[in-house]
Design a protein around this ligand. Structure first.
Ligand code: PMP
Length: 276
């Protein structure tokens, strides 16, 4: 089952053109929306960001966002998705290959469900990360299909037997290859400000809100690579990884080498939200 334009179809009934600009230029944007207990989690926040991303690259949605929301809800229902996610994408559409935008074309919207379980052992035990230079472009706030910088960083992490790459630009941590990064220093929780150098994660915003409720002091301020080395705690956040402790960076343990107290407190509060 998938959504193609405004219709739910079988995957085998859909053909993607070789001159779709997503395929040739990465000319489009996307979202990944988590499904817990058959319900989408923070769907409106994801759809808001979807509209912001597509507006930023001058792609107009072919139909109202409320219609897209209804179609996604139908897709979740028809796919009988219990725990998993929905991948949603819009491309500028199909046109003879040429860099400049074509005159009039129809954007291509697709969405499909994926069955994925919560990453329970990573959440409980934590994961290892590496640091690597942030070689991406200067509009990381757009959830663009162009993910080559992120793919290269993630692959480097895997080859160095880690699960995530923490990206460093001009001596400061920006974010992970597919996550936002939080660091605890002097009992304060730091994360990079939501500007053009990071994707403003839906989970990042949830965590900042939960931290306020838990009276954890937070600062949206970039942390230096040196400060990262002496972090008391570190964790990454994303739709798929939730709030996942990072217990080792490069060859060095973070704090005690076990998931930290703040991460655990926030995980617990997050579980309440999922359960709602
Ligand atoms: N930063 C980047 C670069 C990402 O790719 C993602 C995941 N899409 C995130 C942060 C986390 O965003 P979210 O919490 O909305 O999944």
């Amino acid at each position: 089952m998938l959504l193609y334009h405004d219709q739910i179809k079988k995957r085998s009934a859909v053909n993607i053109d070789i001159e779709d600009r997503a395929y040739q230029f990465g000319d489009g944007v996307y979202e990944v929306i988590r499904i817990y207990n058959k319900k989408p989690f923070y769907l409106d926040a994801h759809l808001d960001r979807f509209v912001r991303s597509s507006t930023a690259i001058k792609i107009e949605l072919p139909y109202p966002i409320q219609q897209l929301k209804q179609l996604l809800l139908q897709l979740i229902e028809q796919a009988q998705l219990e725990t998993g996610n929905i991948y949603l994408q819009i491309s500028r559409g199909v046109a003879p290959r040429s860099h400049a935008f074509p005159g009039t074309i129809q954007p291509v919207v697709i969405a499909y469900p994926q069955n994925t379980n919560r990453p329970i052992s990573a959440l409980n035990e934590g994961v290892c990360a590496i640091t690597t230079p942030d070689i991406r472009w200067l509009r990381c706030d757009i959830k663009s299909l162009n993910l080559l910088g992120a793919c290269l960083a993630k692959q480097e992490a895997i080859e160095r037997e880690a699960q995530e790459a923490i990206l460093i630009r001009d001596g400061y941590v920006t974010e992970g290859s597919s996550t936002n990064i939080f660091v605890v220093h002097n009992q304060t929780l730091y994360t990079h400000p939501a500007n053009h150098l990071i994707l403003n994660g839906v989970t990042r915003s949830i965590v900042l809100n939960l931290a306020d409720k838990l009276c954890i002091s937070t600062k949206e301020s970039a942390i230096s690579e040196d400060a990262l080395e002496s972090a008391e705690e570190c964790f990454m956040t994303s739709t798929n990884m939730e709030i996942c402790p990072i217990v080792q960076i490069n060859d060095k343990k973070v704090g005690t080498g076990r998931p930290g107290i703040m991460a655990k407190q926030l995980q617990e509060a997050f579980e309440h939200l999922i359960g709602k």
